[in-house]
Design a protein around this ligand. Sequence first.
Ligand code: 5GP
Length: 187
Amino acid sequence: MEERETTIKIPEHFRLLYTAEDISKRVEEMAGEISQDYEGKTVHLVGVLKGAAVFLSDLLRTLTVPATYDFLSVASYGDSTESTGVVRLIKDLDDPVESRDIIIVEDIIDTGLTLKYIEELMRNRKVSSLSKCTFLDRPDRRKVHVEMDYVGFTIPDCYVVGYGLDFEQKWRQLPGIYAINQPTSKE
Ligand code: 5GP
């Protein structure tokens, strides 16, 4: 396994979980599965900013079915370690989703509250079908049950950065996924 994948100086306490190669292989598998499931349809990917932007763009480029995409952005109230469960919309989608085949694309599912909120929002807009895709799943701190259709990797209880995921808005550009010595907390 390559110790350094980039010229960026990576702090010593960052522990590499998945290399860029691991990720592209897995993303290709997921895109293959989705392409098979949606044969004959056009999928509309709904990405959740900012974390899912990198994953969505890789996924999009490996899909073999016609695809469109859009982004929304949400935030949850509460302090840094505990989500209150109140999620609010910061940026809505640009285009209507009614009668479309939607796939919500997330970076990581933690408590599940964000996904629950977005799922409800989409269902209220009378989509034709809805499925849920996440690059990472960390089930340890789940507060609400969410049924996922596509999961890249299931990870243990550690805070992760890279491949779109940040710590204090940094490290999103790392091509691999790293665990950092930080209690699992949102922002
Ligand atoms: P949930 O609503 O499932 O608790 O939180 C989902 C959101 O929290 C993710 O979309 C992500 O933005 C953020 N999040 C949760 N865990 C992590 C993590 O380990 N690293 C990073 N960078 N963000 C996380």
